[in-house]
Design a protein around this ligand. Sequence first.
Ligand code: MN
Length: 289
Amino acid sequence: MSYQRRVTPNNFGGLAGQSFENAKAVILPVPYEGTVSYGSGTSNGPQAIIQSSRFMEWYDIELDAEIYKKSGIFTLEPMAVSDLQPEDMTVKVEKEYAKLVEANKFVVMIGGEHSISYATDRPLREKYPDLSILQWDAHADLRDSFEGTKFSHGCAMRRFYDNAKRIVQVGIRSFSVDEAEYIKKNNLRGNIFTPTEFNVEKIIERLSPNVYITVDLDGFDPSIVPATGTPEPGGLFWKDFLKLMRAVFAKRNVVGCDVVELAPITGQPSSDFLSALAVYKMIGYKFCQ
Ligand SMILES: [Mn+2]
C-alpha cells in the first residue's frame, strides 16, 4: 500500500498540524438527509469526501503548489442535524455559518443534500449585499415548495432567488413544468446554461463581484459521478468544472462554496474522490492563483 503516509489524521486532506486559528479555509461537514426524494445516502457524503481526500496528492500540477500550505485547511466536526426538520436544520446551520463568516474564514460546506446550501445566504448577504449565486447542477431547484416544505433540496435555488434575484445556473437539464412557468415569468432563462450552452465567459458576465458557488455533484455527467440520487445523463465533465472554476475565482471574489448531494456507492470510490478534488481545487483557485 503506497498511501501509508496518509493513514492519519482523519480530516480533510489527512493533514497534520492544522488549527482553526491559522487556517484560512475551513471544511464544514453537514451530513443532512432530510428531504431527498429518489436515491438516498447523502448523509454519508461528508465522511466519504473526507476519507477520499486523505489519498489526494497535496501538490497540484496546474497551480504548482501544495495548496494546503498556502491556505491551511481545518476540518470542523460534522454538524448534528440528522434529526431536524429542514427549516430547523437551516436555522442551526445558519448560526454556525455566521460565526465562521465573522471569523473571516473561507468556508467549504460539504453535504449532505442540497437543502443545506441556503443556510449560507443570510450570513453572507449581510456582509456582501450584492452577492450572486453560481449553481452547478442538473436541476433548477426552483420549486416554491416540495414534499411539504419550502426548505427542500428541490427549493434551494428558489429560496436564494427570493433574496438574491441574481442566480446563474449551469449544467441544468431537468425541471418541472411549474419551474418552466416560473422561469418564463421571471425571465430567468438567460441565466440558465444547459450543458450544450456551457460558455465560461457568458456565465461569468452574469455574476456580480461577490459570488457564492454551490456545486450539486449531479451537474457532472453520471459517467464520472454516478453516486448521486438523480444521475441525469448529458452532464458536464471535469475539464468543464476546472475551466469554469478557475476563471470565476480569478475574475470574481468567491466568498464561500459548497459541494453537495454525494450519495456514496460502496466499492466505487471515483465519485467520492472527484468530490474531494473539487473541494481541494476550489481552495486552490482561491488561495494559489
Ligand atoms: Mn441536482
